[in-house]
Design a protein around this ligand. Structure first.
Ligand code: THR
Ligand code: THR
Lengths: 158, 158
């Protein structure tokens, strides 16, 4: 069955912000992204897994240039919520496989994750849609990851 | 600034599987999705936030009909890794806002999260790409959520 990956993209200008141990109740995500939007911080990936003990964690990426601004926004919110912590990591890159009709994208995900694993590249965050699988990895692994993923999907390194 | 949401989609046939406290080292995600692919389980959302203390959690969705098969795969992996736990939740729905050129999707995310919050609908998982923002919510809130999100983006309820 043909794996239909049509492009691989690499973003090296993004940084990760994680807001942890925040209340897992309606309004928290809304407050956070409204506050970021209010100061014109744009966000690329947003990832939130299921909460536990009424707490949750939201990780998102912003341009490296917006990290200080984002941290300020997050700190003010944590104070107003009276809960949670924040961490930031600028040394990341986002590598994505883009495909059309990736109905069988579990196969594409498995192959992408496998080639990274075989080369010792840890997958720090994952976010998917039907047409895209995105992974956050260390930025110093980004060029290697790009070449590896191009090669397993038979694409020419642009 | 025009918010370009062109469609709202609701999936009611998906269930959540969470694999928690697994080693945050290369190969884990690859093993998991290769094993699911090997028994032809297709996966819709995959969400993984940043790990802590060398452990991480991966949540993903599969068709409700595939939950038992997915649980079996996951249990075998947890045994082989000697680590981690799993949980499953069939009472979810996935609501998504789809847009073209959502470069300013922080504004779209904020509005979508806000209308859910105002109506007491908790956001359990979040995954985004440039063209789509997907949220996992309780399935008994799904029809209400669909109507609300249609209305804030000025779309007709199909
Ligand atoms: C954690 C956050 O997503 C919360 N569950 C909310 O709905 O806003
Ligand atoms: C947790 C899992 O994603 C792991 N970090 C891996 O690279 O496989």
């Amino acid at each position: 069955e043909k794996l239909l990956v049509t492009a691989v993209t690499l973003k090296k200008d993004e940084a990760r912000v994680t807001v942890s141990d925040i209340p897992d109740r309606p309004g928290i995500a809304a407050d956070l992204f409204a506050a970021l939007g209010d100061v014109s911080i744009n966000v690329d990936m947003i990832v939130q897994s299921t909460g536990k003990d009424n707490l949750n964690t939201i990780s998102f990426t912003v341009l490296k240039n917006d990290v200080l601004k984002a941290e300020k926004v997050v700190k003010e919110l944590l104070t107003s919520w009276g809960a949670g912590g924040a961490s930031v990591d600028k040394n990341i890159a986002i590598i994505s496989a883009v495909g059309v009709g990736m109905k069988s994208h579990v196969g594409i995900a498995a192959r992408m994750f496998k080639v990274l694993a075989e080369n010792g590249i840890n997958i720090e965050m994952i976010s998917t849609s039907e047409i895209k699988i995105s992974c956050v990895i260390r930025d110093d692994k980004s060029e290697e990851a790009l070449k590896l993923i191009y090669s397993i999907f038979g694409l020419e390194n642009a």
